[in-house]
Write a protein that binds this ligand. Sequence first.
Ligand code: 13P
Length: 248
Amino acid sequence: MTAPTPLIAGNWKMNGLAASLDEARAVAAGLGGLGDARVAICPPATLIDRLRQAIGGGPVLLGGQDCRAEASGAFTGDLSAEMLADAGASLVILGHSERRAGHGETDALVAAKVGAALRAGLEPIVCVGETLEQRQAGEALAVVTGQVRGSLPPELAGRRFAVAYEPVWAIGTGLTPTTAEIEEMHAAVRATLREMFGAAGETAPILYGGSVKPSNAAEILHAAEVGGALVGGASLKAADFLGIIQGL
Ligand code: 13P
């Protein structure tokens, strides 16, 4: 049984212009003593190739934030997993709550996109998470484990992937679950991965996402079954992102 390799990924969401390349350069320059942990930046797709030129081959991996399931075709405005890989991505975030809620993405669609990522050689980071209403109704564990079952296709067995637990109510709000709540959810996700993939379900890191910042990173990152973080707002500034990484 191999322990998960920690991963800290920055999700820039719809933020970043050419001027932001310096922040990524500062992250790459400031990394040190990572051990076997990995660091990634997922910028808007318009910046992936430029980031490859700026920091490619260094310690920071690059990722996309979404892809379409098809490899190519008449899908105006969409991007395929192959295009992200061609631009320099090695990972892709899929099923983020902002896409599930804002673009009507279902578990089945997310699972199809995961298949596309694997086809293109990208490592998927599959996001799951409950809303505040669902948590208050006592449904959080059932909702999240249901999303894991529905969004992770069988072909993930033996492939490198990560799951990101991002409670919707913790994203961009400054609110975070207690460490005990994070540990309870991560244990439930791990148990589900084990049921689905057997021993292979032990090796995928389970990231926590939602209002991670330098001041809370160390406690969150050292919680049981937390294998890293998916960071939004605090990944936009190199100093903050590096401060989070130091919490490993
Ligand atoms: P914040 O870190 O800004 O709360 O965003 C979390 C997130 O959605 C990362 O994917």
